[in-house]
Design a protein around this ligand. Structure first.
Ligand code: SF4
Length: 366
């Protein structure tokens, strides 16, 4: 598929690459610092808001760069604390970005911890059988600027509130790269985007507050381990034996648990950090065929945290969420072995929060 936009994306530029581009336009390096300050600190939404740049320069910059490659097509707020944004890209592709708020004790939602879940691809090629994102197949990788734009769109949306709230919402608590797509299959664009989100001249989100989630691309996990960038890793396990994992995640045929588990161990050793094992609980599939004892043993071996996620049903797919009692029974096996485990609370079930579902429902009528 051809490049969806012929101009470089401003949101995909690092400070160095922007300096280079500006120098090729005959502009001094300090202009890059001015532009990045407007973009990421003051959150200007157009060149015209950058009032300390000469007007003729603003016009030249508008010709040279795509200012914002994603626009808000649609948003839905759930009855709990999850907002879902559907963003449209220049080629009319749709991607999802999710804001998850966790209220802090006693201070309510206005002071909640905020996690932003971002996408890295349009669709997904990994073919996990329970997932809405994979249903329509893979369309293309996102560019770094399209990944970064998701965070800015969240800021823009929040910034419609009072100036006081705007200041409070200036930073995110966490970013999880866990939306549509397999992040490590779009490795270079992902790392460029995370460098921009992490940089002090960018959004300034600390590496420890950024989690990359993968379905288990072993060579890329090992590459990421080598790079020692400080980002956290979450692995979507979803099956604790090869039999079950292969049934639901085709990636397991290429990288079975015998390869995946040592790769996770290597990452943990290089980073000195606990890896998270994501495990979606699907009734009569992985909650019984892959008994919790298998997951317990893997988690103990890796000293990993386990995040149990009750399945969000997807229209058109047969899978169901287990009852609350079954979820608790599963979690109890892990807890009683002193495995660090969270059983995720309901978030966004009423807004089609399953990965890729909102996009799917919006694209169908198109
Ligand atoms: S669960 Fe993740 S890796 Fe699997 S198909 Fe969905 S988006 Fe892709």
């Amino acid at each position: 598929m051809p490049d969806p936009t012929p101009k470089p994306l401003l949101t995909g530029e690092t400070r160095d690459s922007l300096v280079d581009r500006l120098q090729s336009m005959g502009e001094p390096p300090f202009r890059a610092a001015q532009i990045l300050d407007w973009l990421y600190k003051k959150r200007a939404r157009s060149w015209d808001e950058m009032t300390n740049l000469p007007k003729p320069l603003r016009a030249r910059l508008a010709d040279a760069f795509e200012f914002m490659p994603a626009s808000l097509a649609f948003s839905r707020q759930s009855e709990d604390v999850t907002d879902k944004l559907l963003l449209e890209l220049a080629d009319r592709s749709l991607i999802e970005t999710v804001v998850i708020r966790a209220p802090q004790d006693g201070v309510g939602l206005t002071h909640s911890r905020k996690t932003i879940c971002i996408s890295t691809q349009v669709g997904c090629a990994m073919g996990c059988v329970f997932c809405a994102s994979g249903l329509a197949g893979f369309r293309r990788n996102l560019q770094a600027g399209e990944i970064v734009a998701q965070l800015l769109q969240v800021c823009y949306r929040e910034d419609t509130r009072t100036p006081r709230a705007r200041t409070e919402l200036a930073s995110f608590d966490n970013i999880v790269v866990m939306g549509m797509g397999e992040p490590l299959a779009n490795y270079d664009a992902l790392l460029q985007a995370l460098a921009i989100l992490n940089a002090d001249w960018g959004l300034g989100v600390g590496a420890r507050r950024i989690t990359i989630s993968t379905s288990g691309l072993v060579p890329r996990i090992l590459q990421l381990a080598e790079e020692r960038l400080g980002f956290r890793l979450a692995v979507s396990l979803h099956g604790a034996t090869d039999d079950v994992r292969e049934k639901i995640m085709p990636v397991n045929r290429a990288y079975p648990l015998g390869q995946l588990i040592p790769a996770i161990r290597t990452f943990s050793a290089q980073h000195g950090r606990m890896v998270t094992l994501e495990f979606i609980l699907i009734e009569d599939l992985n909650d019984s065929l892959s008994p919790p004892e298998h997951l317990r043993d893997i988690a103990r071996d890796l000293h990993a945290h386990v995040n149990l996620i009750p399945y969000n049903t997807v229209v058109g797919l047969p899978w169901q969420r287990p009852s609350a009692a079954r979820q608790e029974r599963f979690a109890d096996v892990l807890r009683s072995a002193r495995v660090s485990v969270t059983l995720r609370l309901e978030k966004g079930h009423d807004i089609d929060a399953a990965c890729g579902q909102l996009r799917l429902m919006t694209e169908k009528p198109r």
